[in-house]
Design a protein around this ligand. Sequence first.
Ligand SMILES: Nc1nc2c(ncn2[C@@H]2O[C@H](COP(=O)(O)OP(=O)(O)OP(=O)(O)O)[C@@H](O)[C@H]2O)c(=O)[nH]1
Length: 515
Amino acid sequence: MMSTRQNALKASDVALCGLVCLAGVAVTFLVLILFVRSEQRTVNVAFQLEVDERFSRLQRRFNTQVLKLDVVRRFFINADDVTEKEFLGFVTPLVGEDEAYSWVSRILEKDLQAFRAKALRNGTSDFSYHEINPDTGERVPLTRRPEHWILLYLLKRDDVKIIPGMDVLARPGRQALMSKARETRQIVVSQPLKMTNGQSGIFFVAPVFQELSGVPLSDDNLQGFVVSTVRLASLMEQGIPLPSLQRLNVTLSLIDTQHQGENIYQSSAPAAPSALYAQRLLKVADQNYLIRFRPSSTFLVANSYTLSISLIIVFGSGLTLLLTLMVYLLITQRARALSLVDERTQDLRLLNITDHLTGVYNRRYFEELMERLLIEANVQYRPLSLIMFDVDHFKQINDRWGHQCGDNVLKSLCARIRSATRKTDLLCRTGGEEFALICPDTELNNTRLLAEKLRALISTLPFDEVGQVTCSFGVATWIPSESFDAFIRRADSAMYRAKASGRDQVQLADMEQIG
Ligand SMILES: Nc1nc2c(ncn2[C@@H]2O[C@H](COP(=O)(O)OP(=O)(O)OP(=O)(O)O)[C@@H](O)[C@H]2O)c(=O)[nH]1
């Protein structure tokens, strides 16, 4: 019974530990999902903030470029005749790195001579009419045209030398761009064009019309153009701290042109594989740009949460293991305690039903056994016999050899009888030196033979110290429907008859019920 209980506990232990383990794993998984979601939101917010910050810088940079050009344009509108010195004096504070400002005068073919003379008079050095062959890049004489757009002043920070007097109409892309400014009378912005230093740049062109009060502006009032050129990479990157530059991959493309979708600028930080993406529309004068933002690996590393994920997994697994171990220990300790209680209960039960001196069943259990066996015998019609026996002259043994010696005789006597009987025969101590042997499934004659055998076993072999000991036996077999008391009385009477008849003998009980 105990081992069944232990097995059952083991199965339930494993199930419970498995459940605790599963619960631990589930909680860890849940925490992981919640953490990853929250971190993804945080990274997304960080990316959007970075994009907003970069976009506002770019917007400011482009707008500042337009504003500065407008300031120079107003200078030309308000001044009657601008000398090179005045131009340089006004523009120098505005020119940034990678930028150039120039003044291009509109000159009719017939005015070329006079314009050159005036320029030289105004102190413009090295003035010489020419244009650049777009195919060879060489300086060639002016082509005859009704009007020329002559570069007169130029201020820039690089070393490429431009000689005043160049007709910019011969330069690729300039005519369409400047004509647009002339027609719209607004500042226009070019697609990326090759600058004189060979680099790709954006041209901001502002038309300068002579404003006469009351007279509407016409093409003939066009005096020239103020042009600022900026290297595209400089426009996109100048003033932005290096760490910020490294965090984002930025591309710039034009909208509403035949180059739509083509990237005209790509930042040096490559895009890392990520779902993060943002795009913004940038309007500068007449041009619409699309700026696309993607995170670089630097951004992803700076906002990485893989270490935290590993820590959650390690701590979660550790806690799960610890919890499972604790539950396992608790369960096994509980099982051990229960089995101990079982053992103690059985010990107590044994103590309760056995005689402490001889170890055989006591009187109380004898009565309990008999009641149960009588019911079984009654129901199953099986024989049930009883041998009652009493040590002869036991008082004398006590008196002669002492009480301790008497005890030893009782113990040895029980040991002898148990060794000579079947396991199913139940030996009980019913009084001081009085015993009963219950013999289930045994007929009267066999019981008598057994009693004879026991009598001989006791009387023929001497006991330690005291020598020969004899017993008187009464044998009875249960008569169906006979009561417990009547059955005992019959066996008892037979035993007393054996005593009365000289002791050390076996007497059979009457087969008629007494009383
Ligand atoms: N040593 C010892 N003596 C016991 C124990 N129980 C009862 N006795 C003694 O057993 C003796 C029984 O004596 P009696 O009832 O006179 O019977 P008897 O001397 O055996 O004489 P008969 O039964 O007539 O042969 C008493 O002296 C009890 O004190 C016990 O557990 N140990």
